[in-house]
Design a protein around this ligand. Structure first.
Ligand SMILES: *[C@@H]1O[C@H](CO)[C@@H](O)[C@H](O)[C@H]1NC(C)=O
Ligand SMILES: *[C@@H]1O[C@H](CO)[C@@H](O)[C@H](O)[C@H]1NC(C)=O
Ligand SMILES: *[C@@H]1O[C@H](CO)[C@@H](O)[C@H](O)[C@H]1NC(C)=O
Ligand SMILES: *[C@@H]1O[C@H](CO)[C@@H](O)[C@H](O)[C@H]1NC(C)=O
Ligand SMILES: *[C@@H]1O[C@H](CO)[C@@H](O)[C@H](O)[C@H]1NC(C)=O
Length: 367
């Protein structure tokens, strides 16, 4: 999800950005969803696996926010679930848009297995189930966020599948962080169950689409600052298109300066050098004199910090080597920090960047 902002911008320039269909903003329909027993129930209805069709499945067909139905303090984990529901509207809409745009033939003609479109519909259905699960996890005293308008930078089966791989593995990672933010064991268990579902999607893609080893090493990447990854997905939201009732997404939002490896980057494999390009001219980092900064790389269960020289930036590029110790599997996440190990949220000063290591050939294309 590294260069999503630039990726999106270039998509606009090439006029290939599409807004996903927003079927119903009807508030009276939405209010019925406050009852968790309304509509198909995830884990009980087969609809969240076996529905086929271009029309969005429930609850993706009802996009307005659901107003609170009780007064009182917010539930302990409501904020975490609200963040997750807002993220899920993006992910669901991403798949829904692909289902509307493509068909079986489109994937076959692009060289993918004849089961691909069917699987994409099933993943879309699973994501609809996530929408419903997250709506139900938010307690009646809090608003359940609705859909915004979205624009996704893909125009072909290949560019869609590449982005899908990045989104699935990024979801697996931000869920590891949301689990740390949630307080109730029941919330944490439910989030792990969602993370493993995203892993199944990713595993299918590695096997069937990318024809590669489906395993990602002994542990996927743990990254505690989930909202920083969620913030990257704001690149998909059409500015000012969200319902006014929705909370800020993500909440709390740090709005850190984004960066990505510069366009000259030849490889994002462990051991490669990258130059940090701070891609948003309106949100540049401010490095203080006398403070030591690091690029902190997260992979699997651990992190490694590499000192960076910021003294003459922006006149002189900031260059750093991706730690060669890391196994080239899954993803590596990079942030700029003012403390070794980026131990707290406040020590993160820029980023994150998601470096996709597997399949290797996609890493640079989704930069
Ligand atoms: C949404 O889908 C559900 C389940 O298929 C259906 O019962 C409901 O009428 C639909 N609502 C709208 C507003 O389209
Ligand atoms: C798939 O879409 C293409 C282009 O829109 C169309 O020509 C073709 O008939 C469709 N194929 C199927 C199986 O629906
Ligand atoms: C789909 O592909 C498989 C394997 O390539 C083949 O055996 C099968 O006949 C194909 N099915 C259809 C409906 O084309
Ligand atoms: C840095 O990012 C900006 C914004 O995406 C882009 O226009 C520029 O080409 C990038 N520069 C390099 C050296 O990659
Ligand atoms: C990075 O690793 C160090 C050393 O194990 C640890 O103290 C620190 O908390 C880790 N950082 C994060 C953000 O987990």
């Amino acid at each position: 999800m590294m260069l999503l902002k630039a990726f999106l911008l270039s998509a606009f320039l090439h006029s290939i950005a599409y807004a996903a269909a927003i079927p119903s903003h009807d508030k009276s329909n939405a209010q019925q969803l406050a009852d968790p027993n309304y509509g198909p129930i995830p884990g009980q209805s087969p609809m969240y696996s076996s529905y086929r069709g271009k029309a969005p499945p429930f609850p993706g067909n009802i996009t307005a926010p659901i107003a609170p139905t009780a007064k009182g303090p917010a539930g302990i984990d409501d904020l975490v679930w609200q963040n997750l529901l807002s993220a899920e509207w993006i992910i669901f809409s991403f798949y829904q848009h692909a289902v509307e745009m493509f068909n079986t033939t489109a994937f076959v003609e692009a060289g993918y297995p004849n089961t691909t479109y069917d699987r994409i519909q099933e993943i879309r259905d699973n994501e609809a189930g996530h929408l419903r699960i997250f709506q139900n996890e938010i307690t009646p005293t809090s608003v359940k966020p609705g859909a915004c308008k979205y624009a996704f930078p893909f125009d072909s089966p290949a560019s869609f599948l590449a982005l899908a791989t990045l989104i699935e593995i990024s979801s697996m990672t931000f869920l590891t962080g949301l689990v740390e933010m949630a307080k109730l064991p029941a919330s944490q268990g439910a989030m792990v169950a969602i993370a493993t579902t995203e892993t199944r999607h990713e595993t299918w893609a590695l096997l069937d689409i990318w024809k590669t080893n489906p395993f990602g090493g002994p542990a996927d990447t743990v990254f505690p600052f989930a909202n920083e990854i969620l913030d990257l997905t704001n690149a998909f939201i059409v500015p000012r298109s969200c319902p006014l009732e929705n909370p800020v997404y993500p909440s709390p939002r740090q709005n850190l300066p984004p960066f990505s490896p510069a366009s000259s980057t030849k490889s994002i494999y462990p051991g490669s050098n990258i130059v940090l390009n701070f891609t948003d001219p309106t949100n540049q980092p401010s490095f203080r004199e006398g403070v030591k900064y690091y690029a902190t790389f997260f992979h699997g269960p651990s992190n490694i910090s590499v000192p960076i020289d910021t003294t003459n930036w922006p006149r002189k590029d900031i260059e750093v080597t991706i730690p060669s110790q890391f196994e080239a599997r899954g993803i590596i996440i990079v942030v700029v920090s003012d403390t070794i190990g980026a131990p707290t949220l406040k020590t993160v000063k820029a980023g994150p960047v998601v470096l996709l290591e597997q399949p290797a050939e996609l890493g640079l294309t989704v930069l």
